[in-house]
Each structure stands twice: as C-alpha cells, then as structure tokens.
Design a protein around this ligand. Structure first.
Ligand code: SF4
Ligand code: SF4
Length: 295
C-alpha cells in the first residue's frame, strides 16, 4: 500500500502541542513568542529575510528579556572535533523497514539520559486504510537538524545555533527556558526539562550527567541546567566525536536507519537521498530537514 506524503506529514502535525498552551506556562510574553514563531516561518519560506525578522523583533525582545538581541550568526566551527572535518551529517530512515519496535526510542533515552517527559526520538504509530485493507505505519521522529531552523531564528539569547556540520545544538548554560524555540519547531522535536527524574526507578540516575552536558555539570539537581532548559536530539554529537554512529542508528533492529556525510557523493546517505522514494517531512515549510525518509 502506497502511503502518500501528506499522511506522514499529518502524523507529525497531530502530535504538536498548541503553542499558546506551552507559552502560557512560562513567565515570558506569550504573544511575542507566537509572533516570533510565525515570523520565523516567514523567513523559512522566503517571505521576509532574516535581517527583516531581526529588525522587526529586536526592540520587543530587548524589552522583554533585557538582552541585546543578536542577528543569527554564521555556524560555529570546531576543527578539532571528529564530528566536523567538512562533514554535513544527515540521516536516512527507510519507513518500509521500520517495524515500530521502539528500540531507537529506548536506546536514545539510555544514551542521552533523558528524564521523564523528554524523549528526543519517538516513533509515531497509526493505522491507515479501510478494513480489510489496513496497514500499521510507524514514523520515527528525531530532530530534523533543519538547514533553515526556525528554532534558531527565534531564540532571544542565541542559545540555539546551527553548527557547520549541519547539527542544531543548544547551549544549556545560555538557555533561559523561554520555550519560544519549542513553539517555533514545526516537528515537535524540542522538549522542556521540568526537572523530573528516574532516580526512584533507577538508583544513581541523578549522579551521572548526560554526555551532551559533560562531567563538569556533575550531579543532576533541580537548580542546575539542563533542568529548566529546552532539550533535543543532536544526532548524538558526543558519539560522532568518538567516531561512532548515533545510538538509534546503531541499535535499530530493522536496519531502517542510515547515517553519514551528505558532502560525500559516495556515502550511503547521498545515494539514498537521490532515491525516488526519498522525501522530507513538511518540506514545503522551507526548513530543509537533514533527516530524509524513504517511502
Ligand atoms: S528556551 Fe532556550 S534555546 Fe529555546 S528560545 Fe528560549 S532561550 Fe533559546
Ligand atoms: S526539527 Fe525543530 S528543533 Fe530540530 S532543527 Fe528543525 S526546527 Fe529546530
């Protein structure tokens, strides 16, 4: 059964939490966050430029947050890291091979030590068709590492940024938890860390920090980042730096995930990206996702 792209898109759209409901729970201006999310969408679609967005919101951001609002910067580089080196990382997910086992979800949670309510990688499941011609479908959904990321556009303190290697990252020490980026993301890929813990189920859970924050962060406590910040998938950048694949790619039991360098025309992801089966979720928004799906 051929599943049209709009069905996959709608699976993501159905999962999105209403922006106003998210921002009403935060001690920052809801209307400004909603307006910036809308403005960021216009930037992605080419209706306005990034400079026009900056001019439009500069004064309001500075009044609301008491910061000097900076334009979106060029991608930071880190030539010492193996995760860079001229690479443009991308992931290909073959939907025909995904069996919906959720191994990727669990391995991601274990690898990134995400707390309750924070799940970087979900598998959205549904049933399509009319009885007796029905089919279960599964859509693994990590962060798309968009090349034109609305989440980066709206961040008032520039805690979210796009790296030269294609990965979109968050500086937890800069993030003030305004959640504007969460509302701007059209894929629901960002989560707020409310400070919940698995300590009762898993002794010692709070003692070790997630790799993305480094050992300097020490024990997880309610008063220290990443608690109170927004979090997301980074293609397991800490693993890439060690020359390893993201945890979800390594553990996928259906071999449905491929990972590699889109700058290399001979890489498996470059070849699969050119397949007639390839598509990107909600690509008409202009976000240019670096996660490519195969129908
Ligand atoms: S929650 Fe953090 S990363 Fe997101 S827009 Fe606010 S300050 Fe930036
Ligand atoms: S999927 Fe969402 S969080 Fe990830 S880069 Fe795109 S807009 Fe940002």
């Amino acid at each position: 059964m051929d599943i049209p792209k709009k069905v996959w898109d709608s699976l993501v759209e159905q999962q999105l939490e209403e922006g106003r409901a998210i921002l009403d729970r935060v001690d920052y201006n809801t209307e400004l966050g909603l307006a910036m999310a809308k403005g960021a969408q216009q930037v992605m679609k080419g209706v306005i430029t990034s400079d026009q967005f900056y001019e439009k919101f500069k004064q309001a951001v500075e009044e609301e947050f008491g910061v000097t609002f900076q334009p979106v910067k060029e991608s930071p580089k880190n030539p010492k890291s193996r995760a860079f080196g001229g690479k443009k990382w991308a992931m290909v997910i073959d939907l025909a091979k995904c069996v919906g086992c959720d191994t990727c979800t669990v391995s991601c949670k274990a690898e990134n030590r995400t707390p309750p309510g924070v799940t970087y990688n979900v598998v959205i499941e549904d049933t399509v068709g009319t009885f007796p011609n029905v089919k279960n479908i599964n859509l693994p959904r990590p962060c798309m590492q968009c090349d034109k990321p609305p989440c980066v556009q709206v961040c008032p303190v520039r805690a979210s940024y796009k790296l030269e290697n294609g990965i979109v990252a968050i500086d937890a020490d800069r993030c003030i938890g305004c959640r504007y980026c969460q509302v701007a993301c059209p894929y629901g890929s960002r989560y707020f860390d409310f400070g919940l813990s698995y300590e009762q189920e898993m002794t010692g859970y709070d003692a070790v920090q997630a790799s993305e924050y480094g050992v300097a962060h020490g024990r997880r406590t309610p008063t220290k980042e990443p608690v109170g910040t927004v979090r997301k998938c980074t293609f397991c950048m800490h693993r890439l730096e060690r020359g390893e694949e993201p945890a979800c790619v390594e553990t996928c039991i259906g071999d449905a995930r491929y990972f590699g360098d889109l700058n290399d025309p001979n890489s498996i992801v470059s070849k699969l990206a050119a397949s007639p089966r390839a598509f990107r979720l909600r690509e008409e928004l202009g976000t240019e996702p670096r996660v490519i799906y195969l129908k």
